[in-house]
Design a binder for this molecule. Structure first.
Ligand SMILES: [Zn+2]
Ligand SMILES: [Zn+2]
Length: 178
């Protein structure tokens, strides 16, 4: 499924004063490692209108399929982001005095719909941690036998144990790996 087909469209023409819309979507996100991961997101979007100006606030709860940096175990990582922007419709409106305050978008008068999905996706990408751990104190896997150390000691010598192993770990460059 292509992400191009995914939208979270707000029908601006139908907002009187205030409207709340929810969107539930599943799409791919690029990971910091250069891969992609599947994300399931639930967005609650609140639109407050005053004339041609739409104040948009979105709260997004996402779940991405993640792989632990230490033990390579797969798990669901929750993400939560909030975004705010102002959409001004059909004017050559000047941005607000303080452009840093909020995002400001001008759309043509004929545009009845505004797609918030690209912004939601971008906010989620920024929220993705560079290194994810399945839990804070994940012990990772044994560098020697590959056993999952969260499930207990495998019996292999650890750092400071058998010097032959630490020498080998240095040689293979894996000694510093957390
Ligand atoms: Zn882990
Ligand atoms: Zn081991």
């Amino acid at each position: 499924m292509s992400d191009d087909a995914i939208v979270m469209e707000l029908d601006l023409s139908r907002v009187e004063d205030r409207a709340v819309e929810t969107f539930e979507r599943t799409f791919d996100l690029p990971t910091p490692e250069g891969g992609t991961t599947s994300c399931h997101a639930l967005a609650t979007v609140e639109v407050t209108r005053s004339g041609a100006r739409y104040d948009i606030r979105a709260r997004v709860k996402g779940t991405v399929h993640a792989e632990c940096h230490r033990c390579a175990g797969e798990f669901d990582l929750p993400l939560e982001v909030e975004l705010a922007l102002i959409v001004e419709r059909g004017r050559n409106a000047a941005p607000p005095e303080d452009p840093d305050e909020e995002d400001f978008v001008v759309v043509p008068a004929g545009d009845e719909r505004y797609d918030i999905f690209p912004r939601v996706r971008e906010a989620l990408i920024l929220e993705l941690p560079i290194k994810v751990l399945c839990r804070e104190d994940c012990k990772g896997v044994c560098q020697t036998c590959g056993a999952d150390l969260n499930e207990g000691e495998c019996g292999c010598p650890r750092e400071g144990g058998d010097p032959r192993w630490s020498a080998l770990r240095k040689l293979t460059g894996r000694g510093g790996k957390p």
